[in-house]
Design a protein around this ligand. Structure first.
Ligand SMILES: [Zn+2]
Length: 482
């Protein structure tokens, strides 16, 4: 009996690019076994070494998480649709305080918000709630741009924004807060100016600092709603944990290539991010947008949905996304909805929480914060400057490029191209007696490639620090960056 299993974008590279696969089985366990015998490369992404489904991979039968059915013993029928949902590199009673009653709207504001005021669902009361509200956006990038623009236009009272980046030309394809003239300027400076022009009634509170375990509670404490527009796992877990500890709703959005996820985490009345994904994927397994790419419009759609959910929470109208995860696939233009449940075993919002304070999230996500301390690590790295010097000297180096062919077309070092996912099968094409320098775009994939080669017995392998991007900025300014 063939059953349809939907494959998420990050895993399609292991299923011959198929977005859905038909496999046989009577239970989820049988289905997964048959799926992996068809596509063996999926196994290490889905299952840990102890044979258990990895904790950052959730499996749904129709719209139900198997953890709340019979886990892997859940029976399946031919009409069922199975979804694999990995984590992807996201009316509260906030304003029922006396303060709302004291908020006044000026005549100019009444005119400005007239399209809100004539709707009974918003009205004067809703607009006053908006004006009384304090919203914090974490990240002023792809998601943060539409979020900040719409929340400002809609008239929230105070909008905090956390970011430390400066505007780079590669941001402009999707980060619509910024213009070409702004390249090199601080995102928060530009955001503040732009938002002020849109609506001078909104108080913009910039936090030009990296959110850390030391400052997160202090920064988040004064806001009613936190909106997560970050692009990395350490900050996602940090934002989640701080929100749970402070009892704040967390409007979550995440994007990757053509796919987005949106939900509202509110541990007081539903699950948190850790209920869904107790632990993060190991570094390198889930590519970031810088490595994997993202379609320019996608953050506009997902960020706008987050802005919408934020406004609904503030005015206390409609059904919020608490306990519901929306998956959006831009290529098929389909939205799917999955049920989310609070996990009683959740380490932070469950019945017996083991986490009572913020932790070291870089370490939790397996990110090496100490740069290259062991000698072994040091020996397997090469800087762009060192590589340039050795090539100029005429050293016999074999350059291995593990990016994709379409990236090679943009720019290359004349290296031998073997995309990272083909490396295992094509390893025989490489000569173990040569000194090999591996590079990708930024260094994520090449680090994995070095591991693969070393495991296969290659002794003399080096990883180009910072990838071809570092080469383009530090050695060859004529090379295009992407
Ligand atoms: Zn939880």
């Amino acid at each position: 009996m063939a059953i349809k299993v939907l494959i998420p974008t990050p895993l399609r590279q292991y299923t011959d690019k198929k977005d859905a696969v038909e496999v046989n089985g009577r239970t989820v366990e049988e289905l997964m076994k048959n799926l992996m015998s068809k596509y063996p490369q999926l196994e290490r992404h889905l299952y840990a070494e102890d044979g258990k489904l990895r904790s950052f991979v959730n499996v749904y039968v129709n719209d139900e998480d198997i953890r709340y059915l019979q886990q892997e013993h859940t029976p399946v029928k031919s009409i069922d649709v199975i979804s694999i949902v990995p984590s992807i590199a996201g009316g509260v009673e906030i304003n029922d305080r006396a303060f709302v009653g004291e908020v006044r709207l000026s005549n100019e504001e009444i005119q400005r918000y007239s399209r809100h005021l004539i709707m009974p669902e918003v009205g004067i009361d809703g607009q006053k709630k908006l004006k009384a509200s304090r919203v914090l956006i974490v990240g002023a990038g792809g998601l943060g741009s539409p979020l900040a623009l719409y929340l400002t236009a809609a008239g929230v009272g105070s909008l905090g924004i956390v970011d430390v980046d400066v505007i780079d030309v590669t941001n402009l394809q999707r980060q619509i807060l910024y213009s070409t003239d702004d390249i090199g300027r601080s995102k928060l400076d530009v955001a503040r100016e732009r938002l002020r022009r849109i609506n001078p009634h909104v108080e913009i509170e910039p936090y030009e600092k990296r959110l850390t375990a030391d400052n997160a509670l202090e920064v988040l404490r004064d806001f009613d709603i936190i909106v997560d527009g970050t692009d990395n796992f350490p900050t996602r877990y940090l934002v989640n944990d701080a929100c749970v500890l402070l009892g704040k709703p967390n409007v979550y959005g995440s994007i990757f290539r053509f796919e987005g996820q949106v939900t509202v985490f509110d541990a007081k009345r539903g699950p948190c991010y850790r209920c869904l994904y107790p632990t993060p994927p190991p570094p390198g397994l889930v590519p970031s947008c810088a490595e994997g790419g993202v379609l320019g419009v996608l953050p506009g759609i997902i960020g706008s949905l987050q802005a919408l959910e934020t406004i609904k929470l503030i005015i206390g109208r409609g059904n919020s996304l608490v306990e519901r995860l929306i998956l959006f696939d831009a290529l098929t233009l389909k939205f799917r909805e999955l049920k989310l449940r609070k996990n009683p075993e959740c380490p932070i919002c469950g019945e017996h929480p083991s986490i009572h304070e913020l932790i070291d999230y870089e370490q939790f996500c397996g990110i090496q914060t100490q740069p290259l301390n062991s000698q072994n690590d040091q020996q397997s790295k090469i800087s762009p400057e060192e590589l340039k010097a050795r090539l100029d000297r005429g050293d016999d180096l074999f350059i291995l490029d593990v990016r994709e062919p379409h990236e090679y077309q943009v720019c290359n070092l004349g290296g031998y191209l073997v995309p990272i996912n083909d490396l295992q099968q094509r390893i025989h094409e490489l000569d173990p007696s040569r000194e090999i320098v591996v590079h990708c775009k930024m260094g994520g994939r090449s680090a994995k490639a070095v591991e693969v080669l070393k495991r296969a017995g290659f002794q003399n392998v080096k990883d180009l620090i910072g990838g071809i991007d570092a080469w383009a900025t530090r050695i060859d300014n004529t090379m295009p960056r992407y």
